[in-house]
Design a protein around this ligand. Structure first.
Ligand SMILES: CC(=O)CC(=O)SCCNC(=O)CCNC(=O)[C@H](O)C(C)(C)COP(=O)(O)OP(=O)(O)OC[C@H]1O[C@@H](n2cnc3c(N)ncnc32)[C@H](O)[C@@H]1OP(=O)(O)O
Length: 389
């Protein structure tokens, strides 16, 4: 699946959208992404919608909502795809398969989530459905609780990592200031992220509020085309690799601090692309919790096992570091509307590779990596993107 390109995109600001529901959020990006590609809705051959839902919104069957955004979408095939927090990437993969099979020239992929309508504890419960409920269903604090367990295990093996986690949080909050689509554009600073306070209490295990991604509403969309078609279009970002690796769901069946599914996905992606980590100009990675970003440094091979803290504390992953990670601010400050996240990561990386990332721009960006994860390293998607021209 290496001969497809992203040729247009759209993105709502992420945040609390009091007056929007899933339908109106979809409406803000679907036709806009098509227009951004220089196309009209009639040109689209297939629609894929990524949304986790699982109780966030009472409206089921959401793929059909996309058709309501233009009369010219009527009678197009439209399907909803779900793979926990990697739902956005799962939707993109569905589209890539359509293009690779020659079943369509243009596929519209929309990712959306409306999370903030539920009260806090309900949000936690809804997210926890993406864990193995028979063993993990009683963990307090929703998915923060799951990653609190993972952080504790890592701390037991490699020592207290609170300094490194605060450095990751501070980096991503600083990056988010430059992202016009980010939910929290505030440079919180290292000291605030490092210190337990009324404004930054413990949430789960050693994880404080600043170690957690945000609860968000939002949508992102992109248009996929085959490479030959894309070559004649205004802008085109090519998939050098698009890899999916799934691992077991129960934490008890894995050495969870290794994030082995993530490691496998990166290895396969580099083999598919003919690249290595050193070739990448930037990475957008799934920092649902700061401990996840630290484990991902190790799983992607940036540092040896147990040394993730080095990359954070020595500034390797800052925007001007040797490998900028999450120049968009990541899920930490950009926000994490579950079904939209994977699509957003591809949009942000496409902006970087076409020189359209404005204040977020990483200088001379030529190759971008993306890691989007469902559950605790259960569904692992890595993409490697480059400008087509
Ligand atoms: C499931 C999968 O497949 C894999 C995954 O990706 S798992 C990730 C899924 N997502 C999550 O679990 C979301 C995690 N985050 C949260 O649940 C919540 O943000 C939280 C529990 C950490 C905080 O929520 P809360 O305590 O209710 O905070 P809330 O009352 O909304 O806000 C209080 C203040 O903290 C700030 N705040 C809220 N969340 C914050 C966060 N994550 N980081 C920094 N600041 C935050 C607010 O802006 C607000 O600031 P002001 O007082 O200055 O206005």
């Amino acid at each position: 699946m290496t001969s497809s390109c992203i040729v247009g995109w759209a993105h709502t600001p992420f945040g609390k959208h009091e007056n929007d529901d899933v339908e109106s959020l979809i409406g803000k990006v679907a036709t806009q992404a098509v227009a951004d590609a220089g196309l009209e809705p009639k040109d689209i051959d297939e629609i894929v919608l990524g949304t986790y839902n699982e109780g966030f919104s009472p409206q089921g069957f959401p793929s059909s909502l996309v058709l309501q955004t233009s009369p010219d979408f009527r009678f197009k095939p439209a399907t909803r795809v779900e793979n926990a927090c990697a739902t956005g990437s799962a939707a993109i993969h569905q589209g890539l398969k359509t293009i690779a099979a020659g079943k369509g020239r243009f596929v519209l992929v929309v990712g959306v989530e409306k999370m903030t309508a539920l009260p806090g504890p309900e949000i936690g419960k809804t997210l926890l459905k993406a864990s193995y409920l028979k063993e993990e269903g009683e963990i307090d604090g929703g998915f923060a609780g799951v990653f609190g367990v993972i952080a504790n295990q890592y701390f037991q093996r490699h020592g207290d990592q609170s300094d490194a986690l605060a450095a990751i949080a501070a980096k991503n909050h600083a990056n988010g200031v430059e992202n016009p689509w980010a939910q929290m554009r505030k440079d919180l600073g290292y000291d605030f992220c490092r210190t337990v306070s009324e404004k930054n209490p413990y949430v789960a295990g050693p994880l404080k509020r600043t170690d957690c991604s945000l609860v968000s509403d939002g949508a992102a969309a992109l248009v996929l085309a085959d490479e030959e078609t894309a070559a004649a279009m205004d802008k085109a970002v090519k998939f050098r690799a698009a890899v999916q690796v799934n691992d077991y769901l129960p934490l008890s069946k894995r050495d969870i601090v290794l994030f082995e599914g993530c490691e496998q996905a990166w290895k396969k992606a580099h083999a598919e692309a003919g690249t290595s980590l050193a070739d990448l100009s930037l990475v957008e990675t799934h920092d649902c919790f700061t401990i996840a970003e630290l484990l991902e440094y190790e799983a992607m091979g940036l540092v040896p096992r147990g040394q993730g803290a080095r990359a954070a504390l020595e500034g390797w992953t800052k925007k001007d570091g040797r490998l900028p990670v999450n120049p968009s601010g990541g899920l930490k400050s950009k926000g994490h509307p579950i079904g939209a996240t994977g699509v957003s990561m591809h949009v942000m990386t496409s902006m970087q590779l076409t020189g359209k990332a404005e204040g977020m721009q990483v200088r001379d960006a030529t190759l971008g990596g993306i890691f989007n994860m469902g559950g605790a390293a259960v569904a692992n998607y890595v993409s490697i993107l480059e400008p087509l021209k």
